[in-house]
Write a protein that binds this ligand. Structure first.
Ligand code: GDP
Ligand code: MN
Length: 395
């Protein structure tokens, strides 16, 4: 589960991570009030208005802007609130902005130039432990740094049995070229960040930029936090931070029906049991000249209800021109799935798109017979090749 920047910063702060202070606002009036409050608390006279959406690259898309007065706070938040923000991570249609974070400007001039760093903690699946990644090349182009100069990314792996050791935090701060007060602050920053990461069962924290201010403070200016869905039951307070307006409507509906669904941009809907088979099915659709419209794993024990729920969700996607059902009858018998398909088809009624059903495994022949005798516009295939040929015919 993703959360917004303002929520992520509150979470970090509660574990002692130093952050750029800010207040969330839903309207331009609230934004001005927030600015007044920040002015009283921090003395700042400049503010940054930041669109709150679940995607990065907001700065590049015009979703992060500096306001040099409270009038500008009003103007800019008026502009950003309600806009359809397009960033390199949102896709062309962009995301609607419902909230802005009004934050203190922390790039004020002083003895030194402010400097941006990159810091993240994530699970390294290959090594089976968490890794801290850091770079002196923080700011908006970290993807470019990772691609063209990967040696500029420092990595420190954490032994899960003993946790982050003091020397490791110092090693990272040292590799970032820090000294004196900034060095000490960075060590504390990394330790507090790691504590927050572990305590919230996160799977990824990305702080880009971490800023060294002109007076050598270390602050989180941005915060992308990804929480492990499987551990959310341990965190009712974090579960409450979920913002459904940021999520795909069909994915929410599928979640309620206990289905594993991810919407994609193609034209062939697919319903499969088992994640591995679902991936393989998407490959077959591509090889047959189609593009998968979704990933859908109905689970090991598909029945008439799950098949119907899956059908309904796939059919709500207007791009779908055909549906491929690929079920392996291992735990579930194929005749049972076939009955489920026929029943769902009748219940939903008026299905215009061709449906190709490939049933393999226990009682595959019986399943095929049920579909053929149903009189419905359903193509039955037992062999994968037949299913693929059908897809080719109909797309
Ligand atoms: P992202 O583009 O979605 O990653 O959003 P960020 O929160 O990282 O903000 C983008 C950029 O806005 C940062 O890299 C900074 O350059 C700039 N920015 C953020 N906060 C401030 C601030 O307090 N003052 C100024 N002048 N710039 C800021
Ligand atoms: Mn950022």
């Amino acid at each position: 589960m993703n959360i917004h920047e303002y929520q992520a910063k509150n979470l970090l702060q509660s574990y002692g991570v130093q952050i750029q202070q800010g207040i969330v606002a839903n309207t331009p009036e609230e934004a001005v009030e927030a600015a007044q409050k920040l002015n009283q608390e921090t003395g700042t006279e400049w503010y940054v208005i930041k669109a709150q959406i679940h995607a990065g690259g907001r700065g590049k898309g015009g979703g992060v802007k500096l306001a040099k007065s409270q009038e500008e706070v009003k103007e800019i938040s008026n502009q950003i609130l309600g806009m359809q923000l397009v960033t390199p991570q949102t896709g062309e249609e962009g995301k609607k902005v419902h909230k802005v974070l009004v934050a203190e400007d922390v790039y004020y001039p002083g003895e030194n130039e402010p400097k941006e760093y990159y810091l993240s903690i994530l699970l390294d699946r290959a090594k089976g432990c968490n890794v801290i990644m850091a770079s002196t090349e923080g700011g908006m182009d970290i993807e470019e740094v990772a691609a063209s100069t990967p040696e500029k990314i420092i990595k420190e792996w954490i032994d899960p049995g003993i946790g982050l050791q003091g020397f490791q935090a110092r090693k990272v701060a040292f590799a970032l070229g820090l000294e004196g007060k900034a060095f000490k602050q960075m060590v504390k920053f990394i330790q507090a960040l790691y504590k927050a990461y572990m305590a919230s069962d996160a799977s990824q924290f990305e702080i880009n930029p971490v800023l060294k201010t002109s007076d050598d403070k270390i602050l989180a200016v941005d915060a992308k936090v990804n929480l492990d869905d499987s551990a959310l039951y341990r965190h009712p307070d974090l579960t409450e931070l979920r913002d459904l307006t940021e999520e795909e409507e069909l994915e929410i509906e599928a979640g309620k029906a206990g289905l594993n669904y991810v919407k994609l941009d193609g034209n062939v809907g697919c319903m499969v049991n088992g994640a591995g088979l679902a991936m393989a099915t998407m490959d077959i659709i591509k090889q047959s000249g189609g593009e998968p419209a979704n990933f859908l794993d109905v689970g090991g024990s598909a029945n008439a209800e799950t098949v119907e729920a899956g059908f309904r969700i796939i059919l709500k996607d207007p791009n779908v021109k055909a549906i491929l059902i690929n079920i392996f009858g291992g735990i579930v018998r194929c005749d049972r799935v076939a009955n489920g398909v026929v029943e769902a088809y009748k219940n939903i009624g008026d299905i215009q798109v061709p449906i190709i059903v490939r049933l393999q495994g226990t009682n595959a022949e019986e399943g095929a017979k049920i579909i053929e005798e149903s009189g419905l516009k359903v193509y039955s295939a037992i062999l994968l090749k037949d299913a693929a040929d059908r897809v080719e015919e109909v797309v």
